[in-house]
Design a protein around this ligand. Sequence first.
Ligand code: NAP
Length: 278
Amino acid sequence: VRIGIVGLGLIGGSLGLDFRDQGHFVVGVSRQPHTCDRSVSLGVVDEAGVELQRVQDCEVIFLCTPLNALVKTALSLLPSLAEETIVTDVGSAKTTIVEALEPHCPNFVGGHPMAGKAERGIEVAQRGLFANNPYVLTPTAATPPKAIETLRHLIDQLQARYYTCSPEQHDRAVAWISHLPVMVSASLIQACFQETDPTVLNLAQNLASSGFRDTSRVGGGVPELGRLMAEYNSAALLHSLYQYRQVLDGLIQQVEGQQWTALEGVLEHCEAHRPDFL
Ligand code: NAP
C-alpha cells in the first residue's frame, strides 16, 4: 500500500518505521524541511517534503500533526484527494475532529493509537511503539466498511490491539484513563509547592523517590500536549474532574472523621480493581 503520513514526529515517525518494515511505500509530509530530511535519513519514510500535495496519490493517509493542526491540515489536503482515498488521524480526542472532517471526506475514519513517550519529535520515533498497545478506530454510521477493513489490516500489521467505538465513547473513556490522570498528576506537583517552609519543601524534593516518580510522571510531561487534550476534550474531561473532586472530598471526610476502616475499604477496592485497567 502507498501510505502518506502528514506530521513527522513521534507518532507519525513510528508509524512510518513499522509500515516500511512491512514493505509499504511511505511518503511523508512535515512542516520543516529539516524534519523531512531527517525522516529520510532515519529510514522513517521513503520520501518526504513540505508540500501537502506529495501525499495526494497515496491510498491511505495518516494525519499525525498536533491536535490543533489536524483539521486545518486535512481541509487543505482533502480537495486534492481522490474520492476513494482513505484518511485517518491519530489525535487523542475524537469527537471534534470527526465532526469537522467527516462531512468533507467520505472515507475519513478517526483513530487513536494508545501509545506514547515523554519526548516528542522525529528523533524519538521508535519501531514497535504500537505493538501490544490498543489502537482505537472511531467510525460512525456513515463510515464505509471497506475503509475500516483496510485500516484494521494495517493496525494488525502494527501488532496493536484493535478496538472500535463511537467518537463520544472514546472521548469519555480516554478522559478517565489519560486526560484526567494528567490533571491529577499536575495538581499533585502543584500542591507540593503549597508547602510554605522552604526547608521542608527542599527536604521533600530530596526525599522524593519511586512513588513520586510514578505519580508525577504524566503531570510533568509536555505542557502543550496536556493543554491540547484539555482543549479538545473539555466536556468529557470536566465530567471526570468533577467526579474526581467528589471522590477526593470523600477521602478528606474519611481522614477528618478518622474513619480508618472506611478508608481502608476504599483502598482495598482500589487494590482489587486496579488490574481491571492494566
Ligand atoms: P510530535 O512528536 O510533536 O509530532 C508532530 C509533528 O508534526 C512534529 O514533529 C512537527 O514536525 C509536525 N507538524 C507540526 N505542525 C504541522 C503542520 N501544520 N503540518 C505538518 N506537520 C506538522 O507529536 P506526537 O506526539 O507525534 O503527536 C502527534 C499526534 O499524535 C497528536 O495529534 C497527538 O494527539 C497524537 N498522539 C500522541 C500521543 C503521544 O503520547 N505523544 C499518543 C497518541 C496520539 P515539524 O514541525 O518539525 O515538521
